[in-house]
Design a protein around this ligand. Structure first.
Ligand code: GLV
Length: 329
């Protein structure tokens, strides 16, 4: 094990985890803040036992099929849409992620987006800095009350549940749809189940997306779904940009079919500086930072390091999504 080589695809995000791994392994770190070039990733996958990756690193079938030495990929994220899991499994490569350490931070952030959007907090800030606030007049800044409103959650996993818990403190009514029904969340938080996403979309004042990006959820919110929403309703997306069709969202926001949207994630990402969405006043954008608190990023780094150590020691990983990979090959 001391000779196992690890490649870490970013230098500055998780310094503590890097130091921790360096004390145990032969660690190489990509020193830029951009993803390593494809050719380098292919090369590293053929000489390392482990890769510690970010969501923007593409770990596809070509890379995994050629990864002769690779035993584990630890993604510093809960989402795994950048990794071809079936290809990893058939090559006997374990895949780790970081659930359980970021949901509270993501939920804090989601509530922040809901409040900012509903009460024009960032909109007001934008207008002042643009020198457009010249007279005391609240009418252009009238918002929508959050308390007492209906929050629709799509995807009641750890993050969705943490959002629901916070929403309760704002006296919001909570409705939800998820792959699996969650009786404990219904009992604890009074969340009401809906059979399908359409029912959530048509009933909610705020719709917050928390499902993972999979082939089934890709562009799951498009023209038809946005038309189901109320004209006074808001959409919040903190999961992955590709769950929402950006052109349909532009049409719905500019045509007044919905009242506004907050996106922490976009398609593509980063959003191009000339994207038409940037011209809309009823859209709030943040740069994919819902989990990004100092404390949580450190915990995600440590969990990724722990995933690698466990996998290379042949022990159960803190979070492995394809333990069956060990039986394969
Ligand atoms: C971040 O986007 C994550 O999936 O953790």
């Amino acid at each position: 094990m001391p000779h196992d080589k690890i490649f870490i695809t970013r230098s500055h995000i998780i310094p503590d985890a890097i130091t921790f791994l360096q004390s145990r392994f032969d660690v190489e770190v990509w020193q830029e803040n951009t993803p390593p070039p494809r050719a380098l990733m292919l090369e590293k996958a053929q000489e390392c036992a482990a890769l510690l990756t970010e969501v923007t690193d593409v770990i596809d079938a070509e890379l995994l099929d050629g990864a002769t030495t690779l035993k584990v990929v630890a993604n510093r994220a809960v989402g795994l849409d950048n990794i071809d899991i079936p290809a990893a499994t058939r090559n006997g490569i374990l895949i780790g992620n970081t659930p359980g350490v970021l949901h509270e931070s993501c939920a804090d952030f989601t509530l922040g987006l809901i409040l900012s959007l509903a009460r024009n907090i960032t909109y007001g800030d934008r207008k002042i800095r643009a020198k457009e606030w010249t007279v005391f007049d609240q009418i252009p800044y009238l918002g929508t009350d959050v308390y007492g409103a209906t929050l629709g959650i799509v995807g009641m996993g750890l993050i969705g549940t943490a959002v629901a818990r916070r929403a309760r403190a704002f006296d919001m009514r909570i409705i939800y749809h998820s792959r699996t029904r969650k009786p404990e969340v219904e009992a604890d938080l009074g969340a009401e189940w809906r059979d399908d996403m359409d029912a959530v979309l048509s009933e909610a004042d705020f719709v917050s997306l928390h499902m993972p990006l999979t082939p089934e959820t890709e562009y799951m919110v498009g023209k038809r779904e946005l038309e189901l929403m109320r004209s006074t309703a808001f959409l919040i997306n903190t999961t992955r940009g590709r769950t929402v069709n950006p052109r349909a969202l532009y049409d719905a926001l500019s045509g007044g079919e919905i009242a506004g949207a907050a996106l922490d994630v976009t398609d593509p990402e980063p959003i191009p500086h000339d994207d038409p969405l940037l011209s809309l006043d009823n859209l709030l954008l943040t740069p994919h930072i819902s989990s990004a608190s100092h404390q949580t990023v450190r915990r995600m780094g440590q969990m990724s390091a722990d995933n690698i150590i466990a996998a290379l020691q042949g022990e159960p990983m803190p979070s492995c999504v394809n333990p069956e990979a060990l039986g394969g090959n």
